[in-house]
Design a protein around this ligand. Structure first.
Ligand code: PHB
Length: 395
């Protein structure tokens, strides 16, 4: 039997990584009594509700398994990353070095993700990305210990261009926050919209997380496009929807977006969100027993309506459960742990999905319309869409 003393000695064990030129030592964890799960998520700022939904979903998946992972009890740790990229490395290091987590679940913001990514690659600690879509994490810098259960930033907008043109909206203005997620969402939009025959007449942006939209809305009114397409999320998305409506634009210029625009904000946006069209890998109205049960259980447990972020957190929990069960809680057995996660089929409220070789979901995309505070499916915008994974070579 392992004594507590032995466990502590083993927990502290690290092997040097000087020869590989890494900044942080690769960490070898003991199979101590409790599995240590660290959440690095935004709990304040414009993405605060997203962080909460992800943690709720993750915990719900684990609770469905009796609150254990591969038979082991779990200890949780939390760091509020504030969606602040400048503190990304420091915050991730706190969880990995100080709290000695076996798995780091995070985060939402693509810039902060790059800090986590550096720490995950250097330490070898398992990282589950429950939202941030930054391309490079599952492309040129993919890693065996990094798994994403959400999307890449261009995936939703790659499904957006065609339905816009099909609706006769051939001249569009693009507007977003100027940072990785907005830039990469634009990449997907530009490709799908121009290939479908659309023309982007202007690209507009504000720095993250600014919500001073007035001057840009005035400019849009003057440009008179057929449509506006955008990437915003969280509190900023609710404000954009309200401002767009208040400026009178929702009557004359159809608003489109990647689906984050209308996730978790439908109460806050009220009537301003009605009729907005988006593409996303989830919809509240998916008429499957799996989604209905998930929505009911989540609402009962958390007294909140679930959204795509809750689903992505839930699926991160489901993925970890598959891995943990395969190795009976022995996270030191990385080969078998990762093999089980690589091959997992996730029975998600969004529909079943599998990991691409670069560790990003291969999934369906829906065209949705907001009606009475619900994202209703009105069509399929893409089947089994896989990110290119360009440049990914698993070590
Ligand atoms: C991101 O920064 O990658 C991001 C943030 C919020 C979203 C989607 C993507 O809703």
């Amino acid at each position: 039997m392992t004594t507590r003393r032995l466990v502590l000695t083993r927990s502290a064990a690290v092997i040097g990584a000087a020869s590989s030129g890494l900044l942080l030592p690769q960490i070898v964890r003991a199979q101590s009594d409790k599995l240590r799960v660290g959440f690095m998520l935004p709990y304040t700022g414009t993405f605060a509700a997203l962080g909460v939904a992800i943690e709720n979903g993750f915990r719900m998946a684990l609770n469905e398994q009796g609150g254990k992972l591969g038979g082991r009890e779990i200890e949780f740790f939390n760091v509020d990353d504030e969606s602040n990229p400048a503190k990304g490395v420091e915050n991730a290091t706190k969880l990995v070095q100080r709290d000695k987590v076996d798995v780091l679940v995070g985060t939402v913001h693509s810039g902060v993700q790059m800090g986590i990514h550096r720490v995950a690659r250097e330490s070898g600690v398992l990282n589950l990305i429950p939202n941030a879509g930054v391309h490079i994490a599952t492309r040129a810098q993919c890693a065996p210990n990094v798994y994403r259960t959400s999307f890449t930033n261009s995936q939703p907008t790659l499904a957006l261009g065609k339905p816009m043109v099909e609706r006769g909206h051939k001249k569009a203005v693009w507007i977003t926050w100027n940072y990785a997620a907005g830039d990469e969402a634009y990449e997907g939009f530009e490709k799908s919209y121009t290939e479908a025959g659309g023309q982007i007449i202007k690209k507009l942006g504000v720095p993250f997380p600014n919500v001073e939209f007035q001057a840009l809305l005035t400019e849009i009114a003057a440009l008179k496009p057929d449509a506006v397409a955008c990437f915003f999320a969280g509190g900023g998305a609710a404000k954009f929807l309200r401002d767009y409506h208040a400026a009178g634009l929702s009557k004359t210029i159809q608003l489109y977006g990647s689906g984050f625009l209308t996730e978790g904000v439908l109460d806050a946006a009220g009537d301003a969100a009605n009729g907005v069209l988006t593409t996303m890998h989830y919809s509240d109205s998916l008429d499957t027993p799996r989604n209905k049960k998930f929505r009911l259980d989540y609402a009962k447990t958390f007294k909140l309506q679930p959204d795509v972020y809750a689903v992505q957190g839930y699926d991160a929990g489901q993925l970890l459960i598959k891995g943990a069960n395969a190795v009976k809680g022995d996270f030191g057995n990385k080969k078998a742990l990762y093999a089980a996660m690589d091959g997992a089929e996730i029975d998600s409220p969004r529909g079943k999905w599998k990991m691409s070789p670069a560790h990003n979901p291969i999934q369906d995309f829906y065209l949705r319309k907001v009606e009475n505070k619900e994202n209703k499916v009105i069509g399929i915008a893409g089947k089994a869409v896989s990110d290119s994974g360009a440049g990914c070579r698993m070590a």
